[in-house]
Design a protein around this ligand. Structure first.
Ligand code: DHB
Length: 305
């Protein structure tokens, strides 16, 4: 029998798929729905200190190869969102609270607050590619990544995951910094900074001009990043970017991921994607004589110079 359950920094997941931040995670109710559909864990929407309206429309462009979005971190603020986190726990799977902030201290304070609201772990959004003063602006400097993790660890008594940006010359260096700061795990990758232009309108389509590219187009970038990070750190890695099949999940695992997150495919295919990915992954594991997910993790590193 194939066993899909995984242990991740003390969290027990019935399977290695998680809902990625930003899709169907605005309310406790929608997160419960995703848990019932089969996700092994849920990452909440990224939440900040104050309510934010986000960027002007259009904020999402559907492309053949993925999604381009510049939502602009819209959220109700931690105080109101705390009740959604509490509600989401009724889904019966681990809840990972995602937070963003403008400074190391702000991110750490939010990490503490979302943990207090009931999050089983915290994901630090150090990687949104297009919100002025937030995300990747903080997360592109190793020293700041390290400080964010160190301070967050002091505020929250739950595992801390650093979600890193691929829009950098060395994501492995950022991962090492997160590990030095005491992060319990790495989430890789966030979206790639991108844009689309309408030839008819002769202007950028997104209200914010620039946005983040997700979906099938970025999977090879995500797999490469996970592969590099696996050789740079000892802490567990969660792979994200373009996962929509068991094969995609297996690729990330063989690169070094212990679990995967799914976002864009939930948007395009609905919540049934979790069940499908798990079923396909279990079959692939059986074909590879792997009884446990851990037997797949990092196997692509063997026999390479
Ligand atoms: C947003 C945040 C992200 O972290 C990302 O990768 C893309 C978009 C946003 O809220 O705009």
């Amino acid at each position: 029998m194939t066993d899909l359950s995984v242990e991740l920094c003390g969290l027990r997941l019935k399977n290695p798929t998680m809902l990625a931040s930003g899709v169907l995670d605005e309310t406790g109710k929608s997160m419960i729905e995703v848990a019932r559909a089969g996700a092994g864990a849920i990452v909440t929407k990224s939440v900040g200190r104050e309510p934010r309206a986000g960027h002007p429309n259009p904020s999402v462009v559907e492309l053949e190869i993925g999604l381009l979005n510049a939502m602009g971190l819209p959220n109700p603020g931690i105080e109101l969102y705390a009740q959604e986190v509490r509600e989401a726990r009724k889904g019966g799977v681990p809840i990972i609270g995602s937070v963003f902030g403008g400074t190391e201290e702000e991110i750490a304070e939010l990490a503490g607050q979302i943990a207090k609201a009931g999050a089983d772990a915290v994901e630090l959004n150090l990687s949104c590619p297009h919100a002025k003063g937030y995300g990747a602006e903080l997360g592109s400097t190793p020293e700041r990544v390290e400080a964010c993790c160190r301070l967050a660890k002091m505020e929250a008594r739950v595992p801390i995951f650093a979600k890193l940006t691929p829009n950098t010359s060395s994501i492995a260096e950022l991962a090492r910094a997160a590990e030095r700061g005491g992060a319990d795990g790495i989430v890789a990758i966030n979206t790639l900074k991108a844009m689309a232009i309408s030839p008819e309108a002769r202007m950028p389509i997104l209200g914010n001009r620039f946005g983040g590219l997700s979906g099938p187009a970025i999977k090879p970038v995500g797999v490469r990043c996970v592969y590099e990070i696996f050789e740079a750190v000892k802490i567990p890695i969660i792979g994200v970017g373009g996962v929509s099949s068991g094969r995609d999940a297996a690729e990330y695992m063989m690169a070094g991921a212990r679990a995967v997150q799914i976002g864009t495919a939930v948007w395009t295919q609905g919540t049934a994607v979790f069940g499908r990915v798990c079923k396909e992954l279990a079959q692939l594991m059986e074909d590879n004589n792997c009884r446990k997910v851990s037997e797949m993790v990092g196997v692509a590193h063997a026999g390479r110079p």
